[in-house]
Write a protein that binds this ligand. Structure first.
Ligand code: NAD
Ligand code: IPM
Ligand code: MN
Length: 351
């Protein structure tokens, strides 16, 4: 309640297009309420890099960190764009924000909304929450290469897993499972091959499970998890996994639940020391950018996650209900970005 300072990073490609619609929904749901959002826009991403040569300065980072929450569209150019070689926008901007703001929980819910046609013949009742570790794994940049460009090149990417980092995200996942009716938690890893990290994750889950006797815990290797996500996704309730497995599984989760244009996420700093960041799971989609056809639903549902995180539960539920009602009515009809946003806004007025 009061004023929320919101940092907005529209980013590249379809990022600004979907963020525009998400902000319309945010304005509609907070219109006339006690809470107001004071927005600061940060122009960061590939476009800014091409103009100025820098990805994100320390001043940008400090300014963003001074906000209560962050809404991000998508950053990054077309994969392989030669002008962006060496810039690594993803690492210097998106991952830097996740690491510096200690977003150790990357929350990625998957719901198959009524009205959505899944590419699966018999998806069942899909409603699961993937809790992806956000600050460790192969993402930390603990790698290097030697003899680059020679036939003897060696390229290493080391996955970093700390007892501290694994335990805190596992605890979060158990607490999340406790708050859900089915009370199931699935650890996904690759303990048969990645024996050191796998052992740490497995032992941590087993140890924390003792404190949560009402949670049913199981384990799947990541390759088998992809099978079940396609053959029986309704079996999942909460999934906890590392940074890279979580990245891959959540694009698959988006695909089976009506498309990546519906998949929302929150990069959470549960301690509240730093602002959490909300963004669609998808990227800048250079193939459809500028056409006005990107689905803004994922960005709008990310606003719902943002509101929920800020304790504005009633507003969060209104956004989710408006989106669900919109999807139920319009189904898979092809609509423009603003048509979807306008339809949700109209429902927010009515709800
Ligand atoms: P992408 O998610 O941008 O696109 C994959 C496919 O999904 C494309 O065919 C695209 O048109 C489609 N798609 C994505 N969002 C959509 C939407 N809202 N509505 C309809 N269709 C949608 O993945 P990519 O092509 O691998 O990556 C493009 C760029 O985005 C890269 O530079 C990548 O690094 C970056 N990226 C950024 C983020 C982020 O900022 N969070 C996430 C993923 C990828
Ligand atoms: C995502 C994206 C990012 C990730 C990239 C762009 C760094 O794919 O948010 O899923 O791998 O986490
Ligand atoms: Mn991804």
């Amino acid at each position: 309640v009061g004023t929320v300072r919101l940092a907005v990073i529209p980013g590249d490609g379809i990022g600004p297009e979907v963020v525009g619609e998400a902000l319309k929904a945010l304005a509609a749901v907070t219109d006339g309420s006690e809470v107001s959002f004071q927005q600061t826009e940060f122009s960061l991403g590939a476009a800014r890099y091409l103009e100025t040569g820098d990805v994100m300065s320390d001043d940008d980072l400090a300014a963003i960190a001074g906000h209560d929450a962050i809404l991000l569209g998508a950053v990054g150019g077309a994969p392989g764009d030669p002008r962006l070689l060496g810039a690594n926008i993803e690492r210097g901007l998106l991952l830097k924000l996740r690491f510096e703001l200690d977003h150790y929980v990357n929350l990625r819910p998957t719901v198959l909304y009524p009205g959505v046609t899944s590419p699966l013949a018999a998806p069942g009742d899909v409603d699961f929450l993937l809790v992806r570790e956000g600050t460790e794994g192969p993402y930390v940049g603990n790698g290097g290469a030697i003899r680059v460009g020679t036939p003897h090149e060696v390229a290493n990417e080391v996955s970093v897993n700390t007892g501290y980092g694994v335990e805190r995200v596992v605890r979060y996942a158990f607490a999340a499972a406790s708050a859900r009716p089915r009370k199931r938690l699935t650890l996904v890893h690759k303990t048969n091959v990645l024996v050191f990290a796998g052992s740490l994750w497995k032992r941590t889950v087993d140890a924390v499970a003792v404190e949560f006797p009402d949670i049913t815990v199981d384990y799947l290797h990541v390759d088998a998890a992809t099978i079940f996500l396609v053959t029986d996704p309704a079996r999942f309730d909460v999934i906890v996994t590392d940074n890279l497995f979580g990245d891959i599984l959540t694009d698959l989760a988006g695909a089976i639940s009506g498309g990546i244009g519906l998949a929302a996420s929150g990069n959470i700093n549960p301690d509240g020391r730093f602002p959490s960041m909300f963004e669609p799971v998808h990227g800048s989609a250079p193939d459809i950018a500028g056409k006005g056809i990107a689905d803004p639903t994922a960005a709008i549902l990310s606003v719902a996650l943002l509101l929920e995180h800020l304790g504005l539960t009633e507003q969060a539920q209104r956004v989710t209900r408006a989106v669900a009602a919109d999807i139920a009515e319009r189904g898979d009809a092809k609509r423009s970005t603003s048509e979807v946003g306008d339809a949700v806004v109209a429902r927010l007025g009515a709800l």
